[in-house]
Design a protein around this ligand. Structure first.
Ligand SMILES: *[C@@H]1O[C@H](CO)[C@@H](O)[C@H](O)[C@H]1NC(C)=O
Ligand SMILES: *[C@@H]1O[C@H](CO)[C@@H](O)[C@H](O)[C@H]1NC(C)=O
Ligand SMILES: *[C@@H]1O[C@H](CO)[C@@H](O)[C@H](O)[C@H]1NC(C)=O
Ligand SMILES: *[C@@H]1O[C@H](CO)[C@@H](O)[C@H](O)[C@H]1NC(C)=O
Ligand SMILES: *[C@@H]1O[C@H](CO)[C@@H](O)[C@H](O)[C@H]1NC(C)=O
Ligand SMILES: *[C@@H]1O[C@H](CO)[C@@H](O)[C@H](O)[C@H]1NC(C)=O
Ligand SMILES: *[C@@H]1O[C@H](CO)[C@@H](O)[C@H](O)[C@H]1NC(C)=O
Ligand SMILES: *[C@@H]1O[C@H](CO)[C@@H](O)[C@H](O)[C@H]1NC(C)=O
Length: 357
C-alpha cells in the first residue's frame, strides 16, 4: 500500500496534493474552511485583578511580574485565557476562549512566540483549534500555523493571519484572527443520521501509555520530575498558585510506562511543559514530546493542545513525530488516571494516529 493511501480515504477535502517544491510554488491553494474571529487580552498590571485575562508569569532578571520588562519585553512570558468574539467588540457575547501563552523573544524589536488554542462553542462549530508560531508584532499581518484540532476541527491544518486590531497602552490588545484551513477532515459525526452513511475514521496506529508527574513542592527534590518555573505576581515557585493555579508554568521530564504503575520499567520520557490558564476552573495547555528508547519504540511523538482538566477525557493534537513515528499526526486522548494532592498525577494517554508514513 502506498504510504499515504490509507489516510486519503478519510479526507473530506484534501487540496494540498504532494508535489515537487517547484510545483508547490505555482499551485494556488484554496482554503476548505474559513473563519474570522477576534480575541481580547487584558494583562494584569497590579491594579486590574478582576478583569485581567492574562498575567506575566516569567520575566528576565531584575524585571517584575506586574510591568512588562524593558528591552521590548524580551524574556517576558504571559499566560492568557481570553474571550473570543465574532466581531471586534470586547463586550459581545463570547463564542469561546483563547487559551495559551506568548513570550517576547527579541531585544531590539517587538516580536513574540505563541502557543495557544481556541476552544469554540459557536452555533456552527464546536471544538478546539491549536496554533503555534512566531508573531513579529510590528508586521501589520502575521501568519502562524494551525497544527491540529479536535471536534469539528478534527485533524485540521492551515494558516492563521493575525492582525493587531486595537491596543491600549500595555494593558489591552485585540487580535483579529483570519483562519484558513487547507486540510479539512470529516467533522465529528454527532448527528446519528450521518453516522450510518459515512464510514468511521480508522486510526492507522493506536497506542496507550501512562506518564507520571511528581511536582516539586520544596520537600521532594529527590523524586520530583517537574518544577514550577513561572508563576504570576500573586504566586511563587514552590506552591501552585491560588485561583486554580492560573499562570503557573511547569516544566517536566516524566517517566512513561506501559501500565499504571509508577514503578514499572519506563519505556521513555514525557518531556515538555504545561501551564494553568484559567482563573475560574482547572484547565491547562500542554506542549510536550514522548521520547522513546525501548526495544518496542524508538523516536519521538510531539503533542500540543488545550487540556480542560475537569473533563474526564480531553483531546489534544499529535502534531508530528520522528523515528518510528516519522511525520505522524493524530489525536491523543488524556485521562487523569490518579492524583495525590498537588504533588503527583498520572495521565493515561490514548494515542490514535490517523496519518502514518
Ligand atoms: C477593566 O475594569 C476597569 C474597572 O472595572 C475598567 O475601567 C476598564 O475599562 C476595564 N478594562 C477593559 C479592557 O474592559
Ligand atoms: C515593577 O517594576 C516597575 C518598573 O520598574 C515598578 O514601577 C513597579 O513598582 C514594580 N512593581 C513591583 C510590584 O515591584
Ligand atoms: C455551548 O453553548 C451552548 C449555548 O450557549 C451552551 O448551552 C453549552 O453549555 C455550551 N457548551 C460548552 C461546552 O461550553
Ligand atoms: C513579516 O513581514 C515581512 C515583510 O513584510 C514578511 O516578509 C514576513 O513573512 C512577515 N512574517 C510573518 C510571520 O508573517
Ligand atoms: C517520593 O519520595 C518519598 C521519599 O523517598 C516517598 O515517600 C514518596 O512516596 C515519593 N513520592 C512518589 C509519588 O513516589
Ligand atoms: C509560597 O507560597 C506559599 C503559599 O502562599 C507559602 O506558604 C510559602 O511559604 C511560599 N514559599 C516561598 C518560598 O515563598
Ligand atoms: C537508548 O538506549 C540504549 C540502550 O539502553 C543506550 O545505549 C542509548 O544510549 C540510548 N539512547 C538515547 C538517545 O538515550
Ligand atoms: C470537554 O468536554 C466538553 C463537554 O463534554 C466538550 O464539548 C469538549 O470538546 C471537551 N474538550 C476537549 C478538549 O476534549
Amino acid at each position: 500500500m502506498a504510504p499515504r493511501s490509507c489516510i486519503l480515504l478519510f479526507f473530506f477535502m484534501f487540496l494540498a496534493v504532494s508535489s515537487s517544491p517547484a510545483m508547490a510554488k505555482k499551485r494556488q491553494y484554496k482554503p476548505c474552511k474559513q473563519l474570522v474571529l477576534y480575541f481580547h487580552d487584558v494583562i494584569y498590571n497590579g491594579k486590574n485583578k478582576d478583569n485581567a485575562t492574562a498575567a506575566i508569569v516569567a520575566a528576565p532578571q531584575d524585571a517584575n511580574l506586574t510591568i512588562l520588562a524593558g528591552d521590548f519585553h524580551f524574556g517576558n512570558i504571559a499566560v492568557f485565557d481570553d474571550p473570543i468574539t465574532l466581531d471586534n467588540n470586547f463586550h459581545s457575547p463570547p463564542v469561546g476562549r483563547a487559551q495559551g501563552m506568548y513570550l517576547y523573544d527579541t531585544k531590539n524589536t517587538y516580536t513574540s512566540w505563541l502557543g495557544f488554542s481556541f476552544a469554540l462553542n459557536t452555533t456552527d462549530y464546536q471544538g478546539t483549534i491549536n496554533f503555534i508560531g512566531a508573531d513579529p508584532l510590528m508586521n501589520k499581518t502575521r501568519d502562524i500555523s494551525i497544527v491540529g484540532g479536535t471536534g469539528d476541527f478534527f485533524m485540521h491544518r492551515g494558516v492563521a493571519t493575525l492582525m493587531t486590531d486595537s491596543f491600549e497602552g500595555e494593558v489591552y490588545f485585540r487580535l483579529r484572527v483570519d483562519i484558513k484551513f487547507y486540510e479539512c477532515w470529516l467533522a465529528i459525526l454527532s448527528h446519528a443520521s450521518w453516522t450510518r452513511k459515512i464510514r468511521a475514521r480508522k486510526p492507522c496506529k493506536s497506542l496507550v501509555f501512562y506518564f507520571h508527574d511528581i511536582v516539586y513542592n520544596g520537600k521532594n527534590s529527590h523524586n520530583a520530575t517537574a518544577a514550577i518555573v513561572g508563576a504570576p505576581a500573586w504566586g511563587n515557585r514552590t506552591i501552585l498558585a491560588g485561583r486554580n493555579h492560573f499562570g503557573d508554568l511547569v516544566v517536566f521530564d516524566d517517566p512513561i510506562t506501559l501500565d499504571n504503575n509508577l514503578h514499572s520499567t519506563p519505556v521513555g520520557r514525557a518531556q515538555g511543559f504545561y501551564f494553568y490558564d484559567k482563573k475560574e476552573i482547572f484547565t491547562a495547555w500542554l506542549g510536550f514530546s514522548f521520547v522513546f528508547n525501548s526495544t518496542e519504540h524508538k523516536g519521538s511523538i510531539n503533542f500540543a493542545g488545550a487540556d480542560p482538566l475537569m473533563n474526564k477525557t480531553r483531546e489534544i493534537s499529535v502534531i508530528g513525530g520522528t523515528g518510528d513515528f516519522f511525520m505522524a499526526r493524530g489525536i491523543a486522548t488524556l485521562m487523569t488516571d490518579s492524583f495525590e494532592g498537588e504533588v503527583y498525577f498520572r495521565l493515561r494517554t490514548d494515542i490514535k494516529l490517523y496519518e502514518c508514513w
